[in-house]
Design a protein around this ligand. Structure first.
Ligand SMILES: [Zn+2]
Length: 157
């Protein structure tokens, strides 16, 4: 032993941790699980080759990605992180749908308010029989408009 303790990978692989060990900066001895999961999924020699091909400033990001992918693969051996990605994509499209419905509702309310402002303007010349303020027909018109907006969005997306 040369004073410093071996990194997590050298400890697991029971070898001497050299001064220029490619794993040492990213797999500290106090977090052995991090290397264990990456080693299990990718193999230490593959990880070593990948890290050596990368410039120093990209290695930390590569290690985070490898650790993330390895943990996802252990949790879900069939889909790995693709499972998480498709779950998140489903959430995004669900939320886009909800947003479209909310936007259609807002538009509907704005149209109703605009209609009320127009109708509420007193017009002395207008005969009483043409005043539709209390008519239920308005609701039907707005409902069909709302549905069209939602379907219109579906076709676009
Ligand atoms: Zn080492």
């Amino acid at each position: 032993m040369v004073g410093s303790s071996p990194c997590a990978s050298c400890k697991l692989l029971r070898r001497c941790c050299a001064k220029d060990c490619v794993f040492a900066p990213y797999f500290p001895a106090d977090d052995p699980h991090k290397f264990a999961v990456v080693h299990k999924v990718f193999g230490d020699s593959n990880v070593s080759k990948m890290l050596q091909k990368l410039p120093l400033h990209q290695r930390a990001d590569a290690v985070s990605s490898l650790v993330y992918e390895a943990i996802a693969r252990v949790r879900d051996p069939v889909y790995g992180c693709v499972g998480a990605i498709s779950h998140l994509q489903n959430q995004v499209s669900q939320l886009q749908m909800e947003l479209a419905v909310a936007q259609a509702d807002i538009l509907c309310i704005q149209m109703q308010q605009h209609h009320r402002q127009v109708v509420d303007k007193p017009n002395d010349d207008m005969p009483q029989s043409l005043d539709f303020t209390s008519s239920n027909d308005n609701i039907v018109v707005y409902d069909s408009f709302k549905n069209e907006s939602i379907y219109g969005y579906d076709l676009l997306s």
